[in-house]
Write a protein that binds this ligand. Structure first.
Ligand code: GUN
Length: 287
């Protein structure tokens, strides 16, 4: 391996430490405790793990955590009523509805019912529009975490060629907006992109966010490029369940200048950014 390892786990510890200091000041100086409400509908095992982690880390940085676990057959009306209650609750500064929702619920309708000022996921259509037009917004946590790692490792991103593989609303599209905001030349590649290998080979920065285990091999990577792996895929290998990313780590690390591992790369940054967004929402709500 020649690439430098980008240690997202360690960076997330630093971010959480700063969030905890900020929370302590808000409590001591203003008597305000930032609060995050997380809503989980149904029993998706991966979502349950994420929600538990979010609640635990929220409490660890001194914030209030409000968990709402609803049965899988919850009606849209009941879920919307809960969102309205949380919108109106002054103790709640951030609201996150864990996705995916069960099929009978309209995700866009639910997300757009959240008060944009409390939308710490940055998924509300108002926040999407604000980000796209370069205005102050809530920024989606995973792309924000990737940007922080890139800036920390590379300094200025200006003029760099970035390829984002994946066009999801949660990662691919907002990631492209953030890179554009930092003056990268940005290409969004996806399942229909022709000559994907050649497109990726042009990139100084590769963001892999497709959800396909080890899809990007080392011979797609320009020597010295920075590779950010957003994938979290559980696969069976040698009779064991292992976690792998969207890039083939061994072959990419042999060519890249720097690379994030899975686990311990982007994953821990997502929750750290969620906590940071909640403090931001709390500060904006309190002038
Ligand atoms: N499901 C997977 N990632 C996310 C996320 O960042 N936010 C929410 N709300 N749901 C998710």
């Amino acid at each position: 391996m020649t690439a430098t390892l980008i240690d997202g786990k360690a960076f997330a510890v630093t971010v959480r430490g700063k969030v905890a200091e900020h929370v302590a000041r808000l409590v001591a100086d203003h008597g305000i405790t930032p609060g995050l409400a997380v809503v989980l509908v149904g029993e998706d095992p991966a979502s349950q793990v994420y929600v538990r982690s979010k609640g635990k880390q929220t409490v660890e940085v001194g914030m209030a955590s409000f968990e709402h676990k609803l049965p899988a057959d919850t009606s849209e009306a009941d879920l919307l009523a809960l969102v309205q209650r949380l919108n109106a609750d002054p103790a709640v500064h951030g609201i996150l509805v864990q996705l995916p929702l069960p099929k009978h619920l309209d995700e866009s309708l639910v997300i757009n019912a959240i008060d944009p000022a409390k939308d710490v996921d940055g998924f509300h259509i108002s926040n999407v529009g604000l980000l796209a037009t370069g205005q102050k917004s809530m920024v989606p946590c995973t792309p924000l975490g990737c940007l922080m790692l890139l800036r920390d490792h590379l300094g200025s991103l200006s003029g760099k060629d970035a390829v984002v593989i994946g066009r999801s609303n949660i990662v691919g599209k907002p990631m492209a907006q953030l890179l554009l905001g930092d003056s990268c030349t940005v290409t969004i590649a996806h399942s229909r992109t022709r000559d994907l290998a050649d497109v990726v080979r042009q990139a100084d920065i590769v963001i892999a966010a497709v959800g396909r285990p080890e899809m990007v091999p080392g011979d797609w990577i320009k020597p010295g490029a920075t590779v950010i792996d957003v994938g979290i895929n559980r696969i069976e290998r040698d009779g064991k369940t292992v976690l792998v990313g969207d890039v083939d780590f061994a072959s990419c690390a042999a060519v890249a200048g720097a690379i994030t591992p899975v686990p311990g790369g982007v994953g821990p940054m997502t929750i750290a950014c969620l906590l940071a967004n909640t403090v931001t929402a709390c500060c904006r709500a309190n002038g």
